[in-house]
Design a protein around this ligand. Structure first.
Ligand SMILES: Cc1cc2nc3c(=O)[nH]c(=O)nc-3n(C[C@H](O)[C@H](O)[C@H](O)COP(=O)(O)OP(=O)(O)OC[C@H]3O[C@@H](n4cnc5c(N)ncnc54)[C@H](O)[C@@H]3O)c2cc1C
Ligand code: SF4
Length: 565
């Protein structure tokens, strides 16, 4: 049987890949998308509305579910009994950590990827990020500036639906917003405290629908987002981009197709991909005129590093030697947690039902002068708390029995905590490569992480702890404590840099359109192209940059640079 040739292959159906699928299919191209795991089915896979007592393991999941799996480590938050149903998370493909590295690599292998369960914080990057190297002399500028990318940020926001307010902050350009998520009682108290210490406290930019939007219903505040939204009231590929792409009838979606490598022709150009069919464990090839990799940052680099050939002896499109390098990440951690005594004895109101970050303290450091602080760049903080489903502060309260239960109730409306989001700087010692010795159960050489926190982000971490001491004092709160150290690297899921984009083919993997310099029919649509990390999250920018890349690719099809199949 003759094998079909597609116009474009898209590897990965997460925020990046599914946006590419949608745009290319809507433009009439024949697209084949490959996804390493099963299709996400909200009817079966989202069990958000069950009560804890209806679940066999009270929400924590079957302790034996990972028995015999290659990668044993359970994932937090999103992988629970509410979503463990059909093997949605990656535990077959193991990875390695170099000595001294403790990278925590969480992967959702179902269609839609991690944005089925994401936190939805969706701020724009600005020139303070794109031109950071000009400002403080460290690292590299991005190959685009704000004026150039801003129309695609608008396009992404209009499509996704982002709730927020206009804030006029120098580090955070304003966008096109739905009405903001209402503040909780705790937010008004914390905002007053923040004002006193000169720190901004504002509504977050949140891709959650406060009003009906583009045929999607408004949020009904059930508080289950991190278990998947069963009505599609926040942006996720499962509810937005994948149905849009499928509606065109131009999409072929292959599930349980774990891509091992990109295939090249006699000139070293991309001609398709080789994947392992998980069901049969057989290797299969599929072909196209153009290949898009969107397997999520480090996995995209993994595929390229595993795509060695006589043309590309160190990995596909790696003449710069930068493939896998410049791994950046957000340092996450809890710089302070405690409670607000003024709320003791107040009635508990279900004010944490949006399950979103609601508020944030956008970067306020190094704005007037890029070297005002001991560290360069800056971080942001999300404040959480309020009456959630589970009293997360239980570990801070001592005691047992009925007294313990009474105290848990007493503190219920009062607890608050902070999450720091601090960018790491690119470092020659932070990178991924292929483990020379280990292969996964499919025979694919494993990805290996090399990563340590650097002094710059550790200074931000210490700085944020002092800010929390000041904030708690200013708002009349009681500080219970702070995390003794940051969370494990990888926790934020905002990794960047391993296929960084830039104009000079000797220094960057892709050009400013995310097309690899070496292989002009190979594009990348995920955060691996971002050459540095900012104080903001990556997903809305992944969608925006993917839209821009696809517009450029379509133009290349029109001009005959790329030929249709
Ligand atoms: C709990 C949680 C909270 C988060 N909060 C936020 C937030 O507030 N704001 C924000 O911006 N981001 C947040 N994120 C991160 C956000 O989800 C990711 O940035 C985003 O989903 C990345 O999209 P992606 O398409 O690059 O990758 P993914 O979503 O990982 O999708 C990659 C897809 O590729 C497939 N794939 C992988 N490898 C292969 C292969 N070899 N072959 C074939 N297919 C493959 C996978 O199956 C997957 O479907 C959060 C994530 C989680 C889990
Ligand atoms: S809180 Fe809103 S967005 Fe989140 S799961 Fe419920 S309805 Fe969906």
């Amino acid at each position: 049987m003759a094998t079909k040739l597609y116009d474009v292959l898209v590897v990965g159906t997460g925020a990046g890949g599914s946006t590419a699928m949608k745009i290319l299919c809507e433009a009439g191209l024949q697209v084949c998308a490959l996804n390493s795991g099963p299709r996400m089915d909200p009817q079966k896979d989202y069990r958000g509305h069950r009560q804890v007592y209806d679940l066999a393991f009270r929400g924590y999941g079957n302790p034996l579910r990972l028995k015999g799996k290659a990668h044993q480590e359970p994932y937090s938050v999103e992988e629970s009994e509410y979503s463990e149903g059909r093997d949605l998370f990656e535990h077959d493909v193991a990875y390695s950590n170099a000595p001294g590295t403790d990278w925590y690599w969480k992967r959702c292998k179902a269609t839609g990827g991690k944005a089925n369960f994401w936190g939805r914080s969706s701020a724009r990057f600005g020139d303070i990020d794109f031109k950071a190297a000009d400002l403080d002399g460290f690292g590299e500028n991005w190959p685009v500036d704000y004026a150039e990318i801003s129309p695609w940020f608008s396009k992404a926001e209009r499509y996704m639906g982002v709730a927020s307010t206009v804030q006029n902050r120098p580090s955070n350009p304003d966008g096109e917003y739905l009405p903001p998520m209402p503040f909780r009682c705790i937010d008004y108290i914390m905002q007053k405290g923040a004002e006193k210490i000169g720190v901004p406290y504002l509504p977050d930019r949140c891709a959650q629908l406060t009003v009906p939007h583009n045929g999607h219903p408004r949020c009904h505040y059930c508080g289950n987002c991190s278990r998947g939204c069963d009505v599609g009231a926040f942006f996720s590929p499962t509810w937005f981009t994948i149905p849009d792409a499928e509606a065109t009838k131009n999409l072929t979606l292959l599930t349980n197709a774990l891509v091992r490598s990109v295939l090249v022709d006699e000139n070293g150009m991309a001609r398709g991909v080789a994947y392992i069919d998980r069901a049969t464990r057989k290797e299969v090839e599929v072909y196209a005129k153009v290949v898009v990799l969107a397997a999520s940052c480090v996995e995209t680099a993994h595929i390229m590093l595993n795509s060695k050939s006589r043309h590309w002896p160190t990995g596909l499109a790696n003449s710069s030697g930068q493939l896998g390098r410049n791994l950046c990440e957000h340092l996450y951690g809890t710089p302070g947690y405690g409670y607000l005594p003024q709320l003791l004895g107040q009635p508990a109101t279900p004010d944490n039902i949006a399950d979103s970050t609601v508020s944030w303290m956008p970067r306020w450091q190094n704005l007037r002068n890029p070297r005002e602080e001991k560290f360069i760049r800056g971080y942001s903080v999300y404040m959480g708390g309020g009456c959630g489903e589970f009293p997360g502060y239980y570990g801070q309260i001592e005691g047992f029995g009925s007294r313990f239960k009474r105290d848990i109730k007493r503190y219920y409306p009062t607890s608050v905590g902070a999450l720091i989001q601090a960018p790491t700087l690119p470092s020659p010692t932070n990178y991924v490569d292929i483990d020379p010795e280990k292969k996964d159960i499919f025979g694919i050489p494993q990805l290996r992480f090399h990563f340590q926190w650097g002094s710059n982000e550790l200074m931000m971490w210490e700085h944020s702890k002092q800010v929390m001491i000041d904030l708690f004092k200013a708002m009349g709160g009681e500080l219970w404590g702070a995390g003794s150290e940051p969370d494990r690297p990888g926790t934020s899921l905002h990794e960047t840099g391993v296929c960084r984009f830039g104009n000079d083919p000797k220094k960057y993997v892709t050009n400013k359109w995310a097309k690899t310099h070496d292989v002009p029919n190979l594009y990348i649509c995920d955060s691996s192209i971002f050459p540095s990390c900012t104080d903001k999250t990556t997903t809305m920018p992944i969608v925006a940059f993917t839209m821009r890349t696809c517009d450029h690719m379509l133009d290349s099809f029109k001009k005959g640079v790329h030929k249709r199949a």
